[in-house]
Write a protein that binds this ligand. Sequence first.
Ligand code: ZN
Length: 373
Amino acid sequence: MTHQNKTHQPGTGRREEKPRFTAPHSDSVCAILRQKHRAMGIMPAQSLMMLVEGNKEHVAILKSLNITPIERHQKIMNGEADYLLIACSDARVLRMDSEGDELVGMQIRVAGNVIPTSGPSFDEIKQAAGRVKKDGVIIIQAHSHCGAVKEKVKWDGVGRWDTGSDPLNALLTEISGDTPQENALGQLVKAKQEFEVHTGTMLYNWDETTEAVRILHNGVSAIIEILCSKWNLTHLRANEDGRLSEKLAVQKPHAIVVGSNDLPYSVATITRAEQNDVFCTTGSEGGLDDFDEASVLYAVEHLGVRHISFIAPGHITDDQKLNQLFDKWEQDLRSMTVGGEPKIANMIDSKELAISNLRYDLSTGCLTPLQLK
Ligand SMILES: [Zn+2]
């Protein structure tokens, strides 16, 4: 059996094999706020409430399964993670993990799912790659309608003029080709040069009616097959009549969530976010790298997001150390300039942009807001 271009079909034949995701009850706080956000937008305090309310479901599921995230986190810290997923920040790209997964993975989210060739963004990916076990895998996950790839094609069209932001220039330079598929394969070439771990790419696709997730390149691994078999495709089945494409035509997240790169579950699983809820980037204990900053800038400027939420590494429980890290992440954003102006800092100071700090409890999965400013 060949693994090339293997497709996973959301057809009726697979329906019974998949555990179905139970969506929050339609009158839950989350669902009401989601509806309001999509109709008219919500305030940062309500956006924070959505994250915290969604997290209650994550905690309840962990409890019902008798799972504590601490064991998964220890595996990651010991270099025994099964996979590292590098995916686009796009809010329409949903989680691929769930609480009960046997496999332990990490996620790095960055606009355009790029692998940089050098600099702090490369160091962050390298550190995370070092936590993947020897027979694990790094997966680059592209997606249909990637705004970052479209932006790069436009940028090429105008002769790659200075965007006014060095990190944004650098990020666009790393995007490869003119389509999400070409970009994924371009990033794969870089990953293969840099990392000894097996690598593969996937395309997350909400366009076609016959497939949801396609493996673009898989020279290696049964593990990608296993991951696909664990992928919850329930939401993609709505595409059988084309409604999903219509629903996701415009990206409209209510929050940018900067999650630590050692979190044992994806941000979307921790907050039970649905498609188009959260735009994700990944911070490390070293700070926010230039591509995280470029991703945040994109979401603030182009998507109009007005709330940034930081989720710190779970193992830092000391309040003083936590606050130092949150301050570092905020300072990194504040130091960003666009055309010489400290755009993000100005927006934070004028209260146009709110920041919240959250602690993830590794014993319970509980997300506690420490501050909203
Ligand atoms: Zn994208």
